[in-house]
Ligand binder design. Structure first.
Ligand code: NAD
Ligand code: UGA
Length: 325
């Protein structure tokens, strides 16, 4: 049955992929985004290019922390709340105000607008592995104590708590998915793989923070999209699910794999480990497997090759545009 969907953050990396998949499956989508200046608007406009040509897609430019949300929730059956101020390392200092606005206040306002909706069947919140901080054990289960070590992680955990309490108090069908470091085409320009690939294609130095032995349970964006669809159908309101990629590797191993895919050695420089970065992440996904039927499908090699191809294409079209100018 086609659903009426809301996707917040739909001009971003994950939101744009999710909105595209929903449209391809025959659903209708209202997408909201404020084109926050964390990275250039032109990149987000590119993310929206295909969607904007689809009759089943409506785009609304607006800030969730300020706009009137009620009209955009009317008739919505599935809401996917992907909008946030992302980025772990940039969440210190004065910019924290943006994190509280876009991650805490915006989530609370959306939940307020969603409560009492007669049509809403699922409200999926994009949470983050950063809520665990340096976790007590690996792989980490959802019931381990979350102790974020970045201001960003604190705001994402606050969003989760808001989802749980609106589920409990008002029956909002809110489900939190803890994504583990997501990559693939359209990955944000501040993230490691994007920066590594861009540097390697330009034969420029890339920077490893710390010794490169930190590990992440990297997750391909296609698996994240699938997890959202599964959670909309089968997620239990008020619950939290880990969504990992099943390939926990060191940053050094990623660079070695990129050298194979791109066919050129990386020029590596080292910088001190960054405040707020956890040393390791590893998702125990047994709850998501059991309750949602989630299983990651993309290998790291396959997903990295897709991200390399996407960035090569982007850089080539930028060169073409410069050549014509
Ligand atoms: P992104 O920055 O590419 O996308 C987020 C989008 O939200 C942006 O287009 C931005 O303009 C929009 N936005 C921000 N504040 C807004 C506001 N107040 N009102 C309306 N729109 C707003 O980031 P992403 O990597 O696609 O992340 C999507 C979600 O997934 C975020 O909630 C993030 O915290 C979460 N997440 C991402 C990762 C990852 O590795 N990328 C991992 C864990 C969790
Ligand atoms: C990512 C996202 O950016 C967050 O929004 C998200 O919430 C988080 O995943 C999560 O899983 O919860 P992060 O793990 O820091 O955060 O992702 P990357 O930017 O891809 O960094 C991965 C690792 O590479 C980190 O250890 C980082 O220190 C390192 N790195 C990053 C470098 O060594 N060099 C760089 O240039 C960039």
């Amino acid at each position: 049955m086609p659903k009426r969907c809301l996707v917040t953050g739909c001009a971003g990396f994950i939101g744009s992929h999710l909105a595209e998949r929903l449209i391809q499956l025959g659903h209708t989508v209202v997408g909201i985004d404020n084109f926050s200046d964390f990275y250039p608007r032109a990149v987000k406009e590119d993310n929206l290019a295909w969607l904007k040509g689809q009759p089943a897609f409506t785009f609304v430019e607006g800030d969730l922390a300020q706009m009137d949300l009620a009209p955009w929730l009317e008739g919505v059956e599935w809401a996917f709340h992907q909008a946030a101020q992302a980025g772990v390392r940039s969440s210190w200092g004065n910019d924290f105000a943006i994190y509280t606005q876009s991650n805490v206040l915006a989530t609370q306002r959306l939940l307020e607008a969603a409560k009492g909706s007669p049509t809403l069947q699922a409200f999926i919140y994009a949470s983050s592995s950063s809520v665990y901080g340096d976790a007590e054990r690996y792989p980490t289960r959802e019931d381990f104590l979350p102790q974020p070590i970045s201001p960003y992680g604190v705001t994402k955990l606050a969003g989760e708590h808001l989802c749980r309490l609106y589920a409990r108090a008002y029956g909002v069908p809110a489900v939190s998915l803890r994504y583990f470091t997501v990559y693939g085409p359209r990955q944000r320009p501040d993230m490691a793989f994007h920066r590594f690939i861009r540097a390697m294609l330009a034969n420029a130095p890339l920077i490893i923070y710390g010794d490169g032995m930190q590990t992440r349970d990297f997750t391909f964006v296609g698996d994240i999209v699938e997890a959202n669809l599964l959670a909309a159908g089968r997620g239990r309101p008020g619950e939290v699910y880990n969504i990992g990629g099943g390939s926990r590797v060191t940053v050094r191993q990623v660079i070695a794999l990129l050298e194979e895919i791109i066919g050129r050695p990386a020029r590596v420089e080292f910088a001190p480990a960054q405040k707020g970065d956890v040393l390791h992440t590893a998702a125990d996904i047994s709850k998501a497997a059991r309750e949602l039927g989630y299983q990651p499908k993309y290998s790291l090699r396959e997903g990295l090759a897709q991200e390399v191809a996407w960035l090569e294409g982007r850089l080539a079209s930028q060169r073409d545009q410069l050549g014509r100018a």
